[in-house]
Write a protein that binds this ligand. Structure first.
Ligand code: C2E
Ligand code: CA
Ligand code: CA
Length: 340
């Protein structure tokens, strides 16, 4: 006494009794998960299930269907092969993320995103050797918004691709302006999202942009994450090699937080390790952090990489880093990110 129907694409509707729905969902997930063969190739199917129950989740088919669909969307985004019961808060969540998506899109078109710059400081001379570009959103109603509130969503929706291009464009123009005015001779470090660098055309695009604007790539450092490197080491090695051939410097951001295999460090074209702030913040008191930071610095030295400490806020932290031969640092102790 179940009713099943295909509603289009890869979506199906099953109507059943509420006492059956969990058992049925688990059975479906398990049976579809079993691998099967077509022409000697093995396939597996994944399924995401959303459940809405009458009458509390809807009193007619349209309402039940819409809410089941919302629950399915939530199940899917929490990983494949899951089921989820509809709750009213899911609707709020989805409404607010679609609003955010629309606003990000509009923000890109209207160039509401602005760049802040934080100095990178050489610890042996106290000189500023470069700046890191950090994006901010000047939202017309909500004011200044920090990247943690929109970058993760922009990555999920791939809006980080046009946003990242806008950031690169603005950063390069600023670098050239500073060069022409003779204000600043250091390097400019730009964060590159995995989603951005993994797209097929990334190299061509950045190369074209540099050619159009006549950018000195040896003054540009691209900050990539360990997770990008580790996800597909063979492919990322090729990508980074091409970027190095174009003259860019490569830095590994948030170093120490990824699921590291250190072997990549010796074969990849990497110039700098940026020690994550989480290892710096409890220096010099925390014994474990002292050991970790010393280890990363000596690893970098042995591999002839530059090493920078992120998030330096106190003189004690700075002293510890100098005593342990860290090359450079960045943090509120020296300067906060600033607009031009
Ligand atoms: P991140 O790359 O690790 O950048 C460093 C973050 O630490 C920045 O936060 C900076 O403002 C903050 N910071 C610097 N010094 C200190 C300090 O002494 N103490 C503390 N507590 N914090 C400090 P922000 O600007 O909010 O950026 C957060 C993250 O958003 C960045 O982390 C980066 O992952 C991402 N992000 C920022 N701008 C961009 C961008 O243009 N593109 C992409 N893809 N990601 C970006
Ligand atoms: Ca960074
Ligand atoms: Ca970082």
């Amino acid at each position: 006494h179940e009713f099943i129907s295909r509603v289009g694409g890869d979506e199906f509707v099953i109507v059943t009794t509420s006492s059956q729905c969990v058992i049925l969902s688990e059975r479906l997930i398990q049976s579809l998960y079993a691998p099967f063969n077509i022409n000697n190739e093995q396939f597996t199917l994944g399924v995401s299930i959303g459940i809405a129950i009458a009458p509390q989740d809807g009193e007619n088919f349209e309402e039940l269907f819409k809410n089941a669909d919302t629950a399915m969307y939530v199940a899917k985004s929490s990983g494949k092969n899951r089921y989820a019961f509809y709750t009213p808060s899911m609707t709020d969540e989805i409404l607010s993320t679609t609003l955010l998506d629309k606003e990000i899109k509009q923000g890109i078109e209207e160039e509401q995103f602005v760049l802040y710059y934080q100095p990178l400081v050489d610890l042996s001379s106290d000189e500023i050797t470069g700046v890191e570009v950090l994006v901010r959103w000047e939202h017309p109603e909500k004011g200044l918004i920090f990247p943690n509130e929109f970058i993760p969503r922009a990555e999920e929706t791939h809006l980080i691709i046009p946003l990242g291009e806008l950031i690169l464009q603005k950063a390069f123009k600023q670098l050239i302006e500073w060069k022409e005015k003779g204000i600043f001779k250091g390097i400019m470090a730009v964060n590159i999202s995995s989603v951005q660098i993994e797209q097929e055309e990334f190299i061509e695009k950045i190369e074209a942009l540099c050619r159009t604007l006549n950018v000195d790539t040896s003054k540009v450092e691209l900050e990539v994450t360990e997770s990008f490197i580790m996800k597909n080491p063979k492919k990322s090695a090729q990508t980074l090699q091409k970027l190095e051939n174009l003259g860019f410097n490569i830095a590994v951001d948030d170093f120490g937080t990824g699921y590291s295999s250190l072997s990549y460090l010796k074969t990849f074209p990497i110039h700098k390790l940026k020690i994550d702030r989480s290892f710096i913040q409890d220096l010099p008191n925390d014994k474990d952090d002292r050991a970790i930071v010393r280890a990363i610095i000596s690893l970098a030295k042995n591999l002839e990489l530059e090493v920078l400490a992120e998030g330096v806020e106190t003189n004690e932290q700075k002293e510890f880093l100098i005593e342990n031969w860290c090359d450079s640092a960045q943090g509120y102790l020296f300067a906060k990110p600033m607009s031009t």
